[in-house]
Design a protein around this ligand. Structure first.
Ligand code: HAM
Length: 420
């Protein structure tokens, strides 16, 4: 019988403790991002993976690639068309409207899997995970600063190099429409020289042409109208002030050709990219979406948000960024020794900052130490039959080869552990 395999573009993430392994980095990212979100006093929200498919038609938009080609939608047993969420923003707004919380402000975060039926390649999967933030109920101003501050904290918190934040402003709904019309007028005479994908964009979602990969279209766009000439001076000044405020923290660039792939954006938009990622170079994106809540049947709720692709981001982080120390607890006796487990239990209570890894499987001291080194543990505490008899333990300094291991009393062990 053939083995059953995972679906195309869908990955398992297995945290096997090898800090350089991509999956382990995935979990490191999740954990640290969560700490940053909490530090910004954001509240967690978790919405279902499945939604009424209409939610995404009405928010992400019928003209977007996501809804047009990439949505995982199907009929359930009751013939209702449901969809696996391709992103988190629409679900958050749906939830806020449903709970009648759309007249107050909220600062929210979420994390979880999203699904898009894309052609898989490096950094592009059919199931991927996002960590997202939505600030609801506050109009343009402080939230934009808070959002870019958060992006800088993420980039600097993980010590990322070779990345930059691009920002742009799409103006008001009317500005965006006038610019779209001008772009279409400019490109129509060249329609025959555009590739099929760009012709489709020209018909359905002209702004997306600015994202074209075709060199021919890119050359044409050099003389095309720029959004800069369609938005007001205040918006341009706003972009400049964001750049000025944060340029000492991160590389920030105003990019008037930055458009986002989802229809709900208006006003300020941004993306964080890294030159280390290859073709899929954007690891975070977001922007203002002031009209979405009303469009979904709720109140006027000016909002802004962003989402980070956890798999792409994990590619970028170098080593373990946490400063938490790990101690291996090695029991080397032939019998089950409840007293040894009691010592481990007491140690854990003494210092909650430390990861104490009790090796549960049988094996020689040598193999257990090999495993401890592989796990990048800082110290090993070794307890054998002699130690149990004498109420002592051995401390081995795994990161300091020159330092001799030490036999200590249990009281000394507890003091040592508290002081790590
Ligand atoms: P998005 O730009 O479509 O925005 O996705 C955000 C991030 O998710 C991307 O920058 C990328 O890192 C990751 N991502 C997207 N598609 C894939 C894929 N197929 N495989 C791997 N990673 C992927 C949104 O989803 C908006 N909801 C962001 C937002 C929140 N705007 C306002 N609030």
């Amino acid at each position: 019988m053939d083995n059953i395999k995972s679906l195309t573009g869908m990955q398992d993430h297995f945290n096997d403790g090898d800090k350089d392994n991509l999956s382990s980095k995935f979990f490191q990212v999740e954990q640290k991002i969560k700490e940053i979100f909490i530090n910004y006093k954001l509240e967690e929200i978790r919405t279902p993976a499945l939604e009424d498919a209409n939610l995404f038609n009405r928010s992400v938009g019928n003209s977007s690639d996501i809804v047009n080609k990439e949505i995982y939608a199907f009929n359930d047993r009751n013939n209702k068309t449901i969809a696996l969420r391709p992103e988190g923003t629409a679900s958050v707004i749906r939830s806020i409207i449903e709970k009648k919380l759309d007249q107050t402000t909220h600062k929210l975060w979420y994390m979880g899997p999203m699904w898009r039926y894309e052609r898989p390649q490096k950094g592009r999967y059919r199931q991927f995970n996002q960590a997202g933030v939505e600030i609801l109920g506050i109009k343009e101003g402080f939230p934009e600063f808070e959002m870019i501050s958060l992006v800088c904290s993420i980039i600097n918190g993980f010590n990322l190099k070779n990345c930059s934040i691009k920002i742009n402003h799409l103006g008001t709904k009317e500005n965006k429409q006038t610019f779209c019309d001008a772009l279409v007028q400019y490109l129509l005479p060249f329609k025959d020289s555009l590739d099929d994908k760009d012709v489709e964009r020209l018909n359905k979602n002209p702004l997306r042409i600015l994202d074209t990969k075709s060199e021919k279209t890119q050359a044409l766009l050099k003389n095309a109208p720029s959004i800069k000439d369609y938005i007001d001076q205040t918006s341009i000044e706003f972009l400049k002030s964001i750049k000025d405020q944060f340029s000492d923290l991160c590389d920030i660039e105003i990019d008037y050709s930055l458009v986002r792939g989802l229809d709900y954006y208006s006003g300020f938009v941004f993306e964080a990219i890294s030159s280390e990622l290859g073709a899929q170079d954007s690891f975070l994106g977001g922007g203002r979406y002031d009209h979405l809540c009303k469009k979904l049947g709720g109140k006027d709720l000016p909002s802004i948000g962003m989402a980070l692709g956890i798999e792409r981001f994990a590619e970028l982080i170098n080593t373990d960024t946490s400063s938490t120390k790990t101690v291996s607890f090695l029991i080397v006796t032939s019998n089950l020794e409840p007293k040894a487990y009691k010592i481990a239990h007491q140690l854990r209570a003494l210092n909650k900052e430390i990861i104490l890894d009790v090796h549960l499987s049988d094996g020689s001291l040598k193999s257990k130490l090999r495993r401890s080194n592989k796990d990048n543990a800082d110290y090993a505490i070794i307890i054998g039959e002699d130690e149990l008899k004498n109420n002592t333990a051995v401390i081995k300094y795994l990161k300091d080869e020159l330092r001799e291991q030490q036999t200590v009393t249990l009281d000394e062990l507890y003091s040592f552990y508290k002081s790590i």
